[in-house]
Design a protein around this ligand. Structure first.
Ligand code: G3H
Ligand code: 13P
Ligand code: ZN
Length: 333
């Protein structure tokens, strides 16, 4: 049993309070590899931003649970080495699908967990989230729960279609579960194919997807004033990365994300955590494809992973500074 405080990590409570009050959002970046972790830490340190490093069940299976936990501890030490004396780094379980998985993460040093019971019937979602909250709060670990279903695939949680969060349920859900933050469904979805071209409007040669359901978000905010709200599925799927991938041998068709202006707008509300995974995957893949196409003789992974890391770092900094607005928001600079 290891407590996250001994690893130099923090939970989400204080950073969310400041983000809601300050009208910005904390970036929650998924990671599976050392290069992603390094790029996240470099970006957070350079911008003086708090950051949530999140790990899915799939990431734990890929990278090994023990290794990921030491990587998070290493991330804190690395941030200090880069000159940030008081980094605010959260190690968060993304889309936990059982009490046992959440408990395992809490016992291994995670400072925050998500229990995703969004595909369960309402009462079962509440019972599962409350069980996780009761365990997590003993160790001052914060808990994100989800109400409403995102379209697409949420790890192993499959939903054929999106069901927006019902504002009339959020007070009951938040009160009875005791969760610290609430992930909602207002039109985002996971992956790089969030909308079909048919769902979009062509504006100046660019496919513009339908807007997020800000009316639902504002209803929820009215019901739960100041309560931390989370947006999943918030990659923007930058066209330049998609084009680079396709130019250098990839084949990504109809990749469409959430326009950044909408995420900027959401960040100013009670949305205080924005989840981004696919954009990091695209930045990494684009840089690797480009490098290998231009340097066909290279076979040392450092030769192509270095530009990949640089490209991810650039993307993370862009999100922090130009979209979420969390730059310069460390409690102690
Ligand atoms: O929401 C899902 C995240 O993008 C994690 O995806 O399960 O493929 O690691 P993953
Ligand atoms: P994207 O696939 O849009 O990056 O969403 C990631 C996410 O929500 C992780 O939980
Ligand atoms: Zn998600």
């Amino acid at each position: 049993m290891v407590n996250y405080k001994d690893l130099g990590l923090v939970n989400t409570r204080e950073m969310f309070k400041r983000a809601v009050a300050g009208g910005y959002a904390i970036p929650a970046f998924n990671f599976n590899t050392m290069e992603q972790m390094q790029a996240i830490v470099m970006a957070a340190v350079e911008t003086k931003s708090p950051v949530i490093m999140q790990v899915s069940k799939g990431a734990r299976n890929y990278a090994n649970a023990t290794i990921l936990r030491y990587m998070a501890e290493g991330a804190v030490a690395y941030a200090k080495e880069l000159g940030c004396e008081h980094p605010e780094i959260v190690l968060h379980l993304d889309h936990g699908d059982s009490f046992e998985l959440c408990k395992d993460c809490i016992d291994m040093g995670f400072s925050s967990v998500m229990i995703d019971g969004s595909s369960l019937p309402y009462e079962e979602n509440i019972a599962l989230a409350k069980k996780v909250v009761d365990y997590a709060h003993q160790f001052d670990v914060t808990v994100e729960a989800e109400l409403g279903v995102l379209a697409g695939v949420e790890d192993e949680v499959v939903a054929a279609e999106s069901h927006y969060t019902k504002p009339e349920e959020v007070i009951d859900f938040a009160t009875r579960t005791g969760c610290d933050s609430l992930a909602i469904s207002i039109g985002t979805s996971h992956g790089a194919h969030k909308f079909t071209p048919e769902q979009c409007t062509l504006v100046n040669g660019v496919l513009v997807p339908p807007p997020l359901a800000f009316d639902v978000l504002h209803e929820i905010e009215k019901k739960l004033p100041g309560f931390p709200i989370v947006l999943h599925g918030s990659s923007s799927v930058p066209m330049d990365e998609v084009n680079t991938i396709n130019q250098f041998g990839g084949h990504l068709e109809a990749a469409i994300g959430i326009p950044e202006e909408q995420l900027r707008e959401a960040s100013k509300s009670a949305v205080c955590k924005i989840n981004i995974d696919s954009d990091s995957r695209l930045a990494m893949t684009a840089a690797i494809r480009k490098h290998l196409a231009e340097h066909p003789g290279d076979f040392d992974p450092r030769q192509y992973l270095k530009p990949a890391r640089e490209n991810m770092k650039k993307m993370y900094i862009h999100k922090i500074v130009n979209v979420l607005g969390s730059d310069g928001k460390l409690a102690i600079k």
